[in-house]
Design a protein around this ligand. Structure first.
Ligand code: FAD
Length: 384
């Protein structure tokens, strides 16, 4: 999808600045309860509904299908804002836009788009992306869930694990085995929550992102109509990896949002430490770390936006997206850890978001490709 808005002179275009301000206003009004969502492990339903009303669930969908067609760069700007306030809401919106809607838009035929987009762009339905299984995380091609062709439908059996928004989603994109070949035997399907044999299994108890339900999705003899196959048989793995390039931009932006929130906490803390003339008086080591983290935030934001612009231009960005995700997610962890230690007791007592940021940040280095895997993707891209 080509975005009408671009980075020029290292500044966002006026349209994107306006969009950023609109999203910032949304976070201030609707994400005030982030700490409660976390404490109660409660899905931020109202916040997601409000985002849908503002058109934030359709940024990767073409206008002809009811989307805003703003593209990946705008999605990154939006996700940094949302995640700086609430990472549970952020990951819900990231998966819906960057994984599910963008996949439907790129790989589905017209008839399929007309069937699913009306509900997906308005947020009446939420989407989930179901690739991982008990024995298939980093090694996604090892998946075992199977879909056997039987006349005009497939019979799907298997269990998907660690599915974001699992218990709340209405539409699942499920990757299943339709053939023996490890890679070319994988196909992608849309499966609806209400179909016989589809159920939500165990909900995970997590370190962070507690407001985002992560569940098992079980398929037992699910009759999947043949016209719910996405693309053609055997290209599921290609679809999965291509989609993850966009998804990683979402998680890079989530990481930037978490890092920014941690750096803002440090700024408040250090800003209060002044001498008798009102000049900054914080310890030099604290100032050094603060300066380094703030510099990295700017650097990795540009890394993320570069990959987003490439994807908006239809250029493959696997290496660039992996660079963005790997750098930004590690920054989120460093920044949150430093904020907690800089704040001392206040860093761990829950009186401010520092400890939640630290717990949420941890997950950005695991999902949509663990950091070690991202580093392999980067090396492979550079050595090719
Ligand atoms: C909160 C959360 C939400 C998630 N949401 C989704 C979702 O919506 N949909 C979905 O499909 N999945 C989801 N996942 C699953 C996620 O994508 C996997 O956890 C991730 O791919 C890692 O797989 P794994 O947990 O099996 O770890 P493993 O694959 O066992 O990897 C563990 C560690 O081993 C190392 N490692 C593994 N393989 C290699 C290798 N070849 N080379 C070097 N090092 C290696 C890495 O350091 C890695 O961190 C989610 C996970 C979490 C935690």
């Amino acid at each position: 999808m080509t975005s009408a808005v671009q980075v020029s002179d290292f500044q966002l275009s006026p349209e994107l600045v306006e969009f950023q301000q609109k999203v910032r206003a949304y976070t201030q009004e609707h994400l005030k309860d982030a700490a409660r969502y976390d404490a109660e492990a409660r899905f931020p339903r109202e916040a997601v509904a409000a985002a849908a009303k503002l058109g934030l669930l359709c940024t990767t969908v073409a206008e002809e299908h009811g989307g805003s067609a703003m593209g990946n760069l705008a999605s990154c700007v939006m996700l940094e804002e949302i995640n700086s306030a609430c990472a549970a809401t952020g990951v819900t919106i990231s998966v819906h836009n960057s994984l599910v809607n963008s996949l439907l838009g790129k790989w589905c035929n017209e008839e399929q788009k007309k069937r699913w987009f009306p509900k997906m762009v308005t947020g009446e339905w939420l989407g989930a992306y179901c690739l991982s299984e008990a024995f298939s995380g980093s090694d996604a091609a090892a998946l075992r869930c199977e879909a056997k062709k039987n006349g005009d439908h497939y019979v799907m059996n298997g269990a998907k694990l660690w599915i974001t928004t699992g218990s709340e989603a209405d539409l699942f994109v499920i990757f299943a085995r339709t053939g023996e070949d490890r890679v070319n035997g994988i196909s992608a399907f849309v499966v609806e929550k209400t179909w016989d044999g589809v159920s939500v299994g165990k909900k995970e108890r997590k370190l962070g992102l507690r407001g985002s339900p992560t569940t098992e999705i079980v398929c037992e003899n699910v009759k999947v109509p043949a016209d719910c196959l996405i693309g053609e048989e055997g290209i599921g793995f290609k679809i999965a990896l291509d989609t993850l390039d966009g998804g990683r931009l979402g998680i890079a932006s989530q990481s930037l949002g978490i890092a920014r929130a941690a750096i803002d906490l440090m700024r408040d803390h250090l800003g209060k430490q002044v001498d008798h003339k009102g000049r900054p008086n914080a310890s030099q080591p604290d100032q050094w770390d603060f300066a380094d983290l703030a510099s990295d935030l700017d650097a990795y934001r540009f890394l993320t936006w570069r990959a987003a612009v490439l994807r908006d231009q239809g250029v493959r960005c696997s290496t660039e997206a992996a660079m963005a995700k790997s750098c930004a997610s590690r920054l989120a962890n460093r920044a949150a850890r430093r904020a907690v230690s800089m704040l001392g007791l206040a860093g761990v007592d829950g009186s401010n978001p520092a400890e939640r940021l630290l717990r949420d940040a941890r997950i950005t280095e695991i999902y949509e490709g663990a950091t070690d895997i991202q580093r392999l993707v980067i090396a492979r891209g550079l050595l090719a």
